[in-house]
Design a protein around this ligand. Structure first.
Ligand SMILES: NC(=O)c1ccc[n+]([C@@H]2O[C@H](COP(=O)([O-])OP(=O)(O)OC[C@H]3O[C@@H](n4cnc5c(N)ncnc54)[C@H](OP(=O)(O)O)[C@@H]3O)[C@@H](O)[C@H]2O)c1
Length: 327
């Protein structure tokens, strides 16, 4: 009996994955215009290189012009698989822009010779510094909040909203992906502010996904774990002990090229929630897309969440001294 149930279940899953694979709206990047914010280093630069390799026209956006120019030089040295690959850069600070500025930036990117309309936007620019809330001067907490909320949350949401409007306006649609973080699904001490900005991406996805589908715009969110990038190197230097102990015990650090490959595969397939690690992949809404299997995964995930919470409590007790006791 058990074997029969397992057999039927396994068969149904295999059939489901086959159907998903057949019907997924795979996009070929050759000749497409991909705009990446935060494309001058780290994950964004690795993604720009991959898109260029696949024959895409790539626009990278960041604040520092010199880094952008250097990144373009680096990308142009790559041999593209198909002719027509191009790269250009535009300097912009996403933390201080309004949505309309981003729409203007898309028009500017499209008008450059040989580039044309933007088909894919990746809202990747972000910043992360971990700090404990008690013991950090309040001015520092304010600075942290200002930087992270304006870049990670407002910057990404404005970028995604403007991209969706521009893509919907000519009826051709497109793909918009927001780079969140595994810390946008589960969090830990030190990442309260960062997670607040990254959890926000998931709320935006939940509210906007079906609306944008009606306009031919596929919205997605990527929740990567730790990645070897200049940003993460800087973040590690400033990490509180408790954060770094938990971080290093539960997450492998991916190479930026590998994390970018997972992101690109998700964008090409039109995956709604993209993950590159086991725990985040269980936490997303429909990890398998097959309801009975998802229900099973959800039950397992609840147990993992309970275990995670206990682990955090133990680590917090070990590494965070209450102010009144330490004084
Ligand atoms: N690395 C990780 O472990 C990790 C893990 C999970 C999620 N993520 C997320 O992945 C994304 C990329 O991270 P990363 O580690 O590759 O970062 P990174 O190495 O620090 O690179 C950040 C990029 O964004 C640009 N940027 C930063 N602030 C900007 C702003 N206000 N306006 C425009 N561009 C800005 C930077 O250039 P300029 O400084 O010149 O502007 C740079 O090109 C972020 O959203 C991050 O939160 C990273």
């Amino acid at each position: 009996m058990l074997l029969a149930v397992l057999g039927i279940g396994g068969g149904a899953c295999a059939l489901h994955f086959l159907i998903q694979w057949l019907v997924c709206k795979r996009m070929s990047l050759a000749g497409k215009h991909v705009l990446i914010t935060g494309g001058s280093q780290g994950l964004g630069l690795s993604l720009a290189k991959l898109c260029y390799t696949k024959g895409a026209k790539v626009t990278i956006v960041a604040r520092t012009k010199k880094k952008l120019e250097q990144a373009c030089e680096e990308v142009r040295k790559i041999q593209s698989e198909t002719p027509g690959a191009k790269i250009q850069n535009i300097s912009m600070d996403v933390s201080s822009m309004r949505s309309a500025h981003f729409a203007e930036l898309m028009t500017e990117a499209a008008q450059a010779e040989g580039f044309g309309r933007v088909d894919v936007v990746v809202c990747n620019a972000g910043t992360g510094v971990a700090k404990l809330l008690v013991g950090t001067p309040l001015e520092q907490i304010d600075e942290l909040m200002d930087a992270q909320i304006s870049t990670n949350l407002l910057g990404s949401l404005r970028c995604a909203s403007a991209a969706a409007q521009v893509m919907a306006s000519d009826g051709l649609g497109g793909r918009v992906c927001i780079v969140s973080s595994a810390a946008g699904l589960i969090s830990l001490p030190g990442y309260a502010v960062y997670s607040a900005t990254k959890f926000g991406h998931r709320g935006f996805l939940a509210g906007a996904y079906h609306e944008l589908q009606q306009h031919g715009v596929d919205l997605s969110v990527y929740y990567p774990g730790s990645i070897e990038t200049p940003g993460f190197e800087h973040e590690k230097q400033l990490m509180p002990t408790v954060t770094s102990r938990i971080e290093s015990s539960c997450s492998d650090v991916s190479k930026a090229d590998d994390a970018a490959a997972v992101l690109l595969a998700g964008i090409e397939k039109g995956t709604k929630e993209i993950t590159n690690e086991l725990l985040p992949s269980l936490v997303v809404d429909h990890p398998t897309g097959f309801a009975p299997l998802d229900a099973l995964v959800a039950a397992v995930t609840q147990c993992i969440r309970a275990g995670w919470s206990t682990y955090l409590r133990v680590m917090a007790r070990q590494y965070i001294s209450p102010v009144s006791r330490s004084a």
